[in-house]
Write a protein that binds this ligand. Structure first.
Ligand SMILES: *Cc1c(COP(=O)(O)O)cnc(C)c1O
Length: 230
């Protein structure tokens, strides 16, 4: 399957999920997660009209940016950052989806000279120890700490659902993220509008759309995973 064909299937599923939940497809931004594919395949995504590209590591991000020189592309970093790597990506990304440590936020703030970096605060709502992200009860204090950092804007919340066939459990995690988002959004903080929800991957994005996702992060189902394991 070509990326174009995959995109058609993904869009059909988004439209169906929107019909089921009374939403409009325009509310949802599809990110192509290119971490497991070659730059040529990422370019194919761009040529198919997907202008939001996501990588989970600095190295992958820099490699794709080297290969794809297109001003229209909006770059997303969706994986955790180490403190010493912050300086390499600040100024190169439009969105950071995995903010969960004050130390990293402070480093971003220090390295940014102007403007604001659009960040998602990552939550771990499934309690799996292997996952990054804050616990729910850590969210409000974290948001309060971030308010002192002028170059950080909390545009929304992000989570990863557990990898399971248990769709009720997946739905519960996404629904809970939406409730957390609503709570922060309703505080009407200037530096944390928190209107967005980054949730849903290849195996669970229709549920995420039904539960209110505004950014979905799709790798395998869209661009494949030709480099996985290599
Ligand atoms: C890899 C990755 C994705 C995409 O995964 P697929 O299952 O291939 O769609 C989404 N979000 C994050 C944070 C990832 O690391």
């Amino acid at each position: 399957m070509t990326v174009k064909e995959n995109l058609r299937v993904v869009n059909e599923k988004i439209e169906a999920a929107c019909r089921r939940s009374g939403r409009r497809p325009e509310e949802i931004t599809v990110l192509a997660v290119t971490k497991y594919v070659r730059p040529e395949t990422a370019q194919e995504a761009v040529d198919s009209g997907i202008l939001n590209l996501a990588e989970n590591r600095r190295e992958g991000l820099l490699a794709k940016q080297e290969a794809i020189r297109d001003d229209r592309v909006i770059w997303h970093l969706i994986g955790p950052l180490q403190s010493r790597k912050v300086k390499d990506v600040v100024g190169r990304i439009d969105y950071f989806h995995a903010l969960d440590r004050l130390k990293i936020a402070r480093e971003i703030n220090k390295r940014m000279t102007e403007g604001k970096l659009k960040c998602f605060v990552e939550l771990n709502l499934s309690g799996e120890e292997s996952k990054h992200g804050l616990r729910e009860d850590e969210l409000d204090p974290f948001i309060d700490e971030l308010r002192a950092l002028e170059h950080i804007q909390v545009v929304g919340l992000m989570t990863m659902a557990p990898y399971t066939e248990d769709t009720a459990l997946i739905r519960k995690v996404f629904r809970n993220l939406r409730l957390c988002r609503d709570r922060i959004r309703d505080r009407h903080l200037d530096d944390a509008p928190c209107t967005e929800l980054s949730m849903g991957m290849s195996h669970d994005f229709p549920i995420a759309v039904e539960e209110g996702a505004t950014f979905i992060r799709i790798g395998t189902a869209l661009v494949g995973n030709e480099l996985k394991g290599s």
